[in-house]
Ligand binder design. Structure first.
Ligand code: ADP
Ligand code: MG
Length: 327
């Protein structure tokens, strides 16, 4: 392999590949990161969710040993980012929101050059470039310059470039921002394949559906601080409400349906505009309770829908809560 690091066996205890403890980063009077702690195990995706300016890129740069933390401690693949920045850099792949490729070179030559810079001889550099071009479905575009690529192709080349050295950990900073839906899904599939192969991924995103689909665990960042963390399901359970929406038959109407549900100990809320009744329930099995209550009272429903809380609900609730606490 002459120079291209083979997949790394983690020195980190318990296979924790990314860890941060109380990491803060101060720019002048701005506290861009405020005592952030998180961790990710090998072969998992850690989703870092936050709006513009939340501190996502700053945290990625600290973890990538590209920016020293003002305080706190962070380690990647078992190496401390402050004490062993070179060891960290050898083991990570970093992609940006903008392609970091040379526009003068063809897609393939970009990958070959990167492999050469990492110490591969000419033959293995070409072999690695071709392997990645195939993996990313870029062969047909290999001879063209990245400047002629579509946004989706450029993002794929950028990701391929970050993988040249077989990194154990990759940082994807908003990898799908600005991509069309089919390119987004293509990129998600690539990430899923990488993770299945044991790569650990830290993915920053502003998109809740992306974190929901890809992340094993999610850390929500707001104004530099962690406001929530857990699996998507845990976050939803924390703040989101499951609801059943009943559309009573015209003969009954919302008022009658409400009375029937209240009689059963439920707390219905009429939605007069839509002529429906919304009931918050604890668990999905409580849907049956709603149906029984209506049936007992002889109230017919033309439609009944069940809704799980979305990550959007979670995000709005948490962001609102932290904004309230700050003011
Ligand atoms: N080099 C820097 N100097 C001063 N302020 C910075 C610097 N980098 C980032 N910031 C500020 O830190 C905050 C977090 O930025 P960033 O990490 O880029 O957020 P995100 O990636 O979540 O959009 C922002 O207010 C940004 O303006
Ligand atoms: Mg950013």
């Amino acid at each position: 392999m002459s120079g291209l690091a083979a997949p790394i066996a983690a020195r980190a205890a318990g296979d924790v590949m990314i860890e941060a403890y109380g990491v803060s980063k101060v720019f002048g009077s701005l506290r861009a990161l405020d005592s952030v702690s998180l961790s990710a195990r090998r072969g998992t995706v850690l989703g870092l969710l936050g709006h513009n300016g939340a501190g996502k890129t700053t945290l990625v740069n600290v973890l990538a040993a590209a920016l020293p933390p003002s305080s706190g401690r962070a380690a990647v693949a078992g190496f401390d980012v402050t004490r062993d920045p070179r060891e960290v850099r050898k083991r990570i792949g970093l992609t940006g929101q903008f392609a970091s490729v040379d526009p003068q070179l063809s897609g393939r030559d970009n990958l070959v050059l990167l492999a050469r810079l990492l110490g591969a001889d000419r033959r293995s550099a070409r072999a690695r470039a071709d392997e990645l071009l195939e993996l990313f479905g870029l062969q047909a575009f290999a001879a063209r310059r990245p400047g002629t690529y579509s946004g989706g192709l450029r993002r794929r080349l950028d990701l391929a470039a970050s993988l040249v050295g077989h990194p154990a950990v990759i940082f994807l900073d908003e990898p799908t921002t600005g991509l069309d839906p089919s390119s987004r899904i293509g990129l998600w599939e690539i990430v899923e394949d990488l993770v299945a192969g044991g790569t650990t991924v830290l993915l920053t995103t502003q998109y809740l559906d992306e974190a929901d689909r890809l992340a094993d665990s999610i850390t929500v960042l707001s104004a530099g601080a962690v406001i929530a963390s857990g699996t998507a399901a845990e976050l939803k359970a924390q703040v989101g409400k499951r609801t059943v929406t009943v559309t009573p038959a015209p003969a009954a109407g919302p008022a009658v349906a409400c009375a029937a549900l209240r009689h059963a100990g439920l707390e219905p809320v009429p939605d007069r505009e839509n002529g429906t009744v919304v009931v918050a329930i604890e668990a999905s099995k409580d849907v049956a309770e709603v149906i029984r209550a209506l049936d007992r009272a002889g109230v017919e429903a033309t439609e009944l829908s069940f809704r799980e809380p979305s990550l959007d609900d979670v995000y709005l609730a948490l962001a609102g809560r932290s904004a309230g606490a700050a003011s």
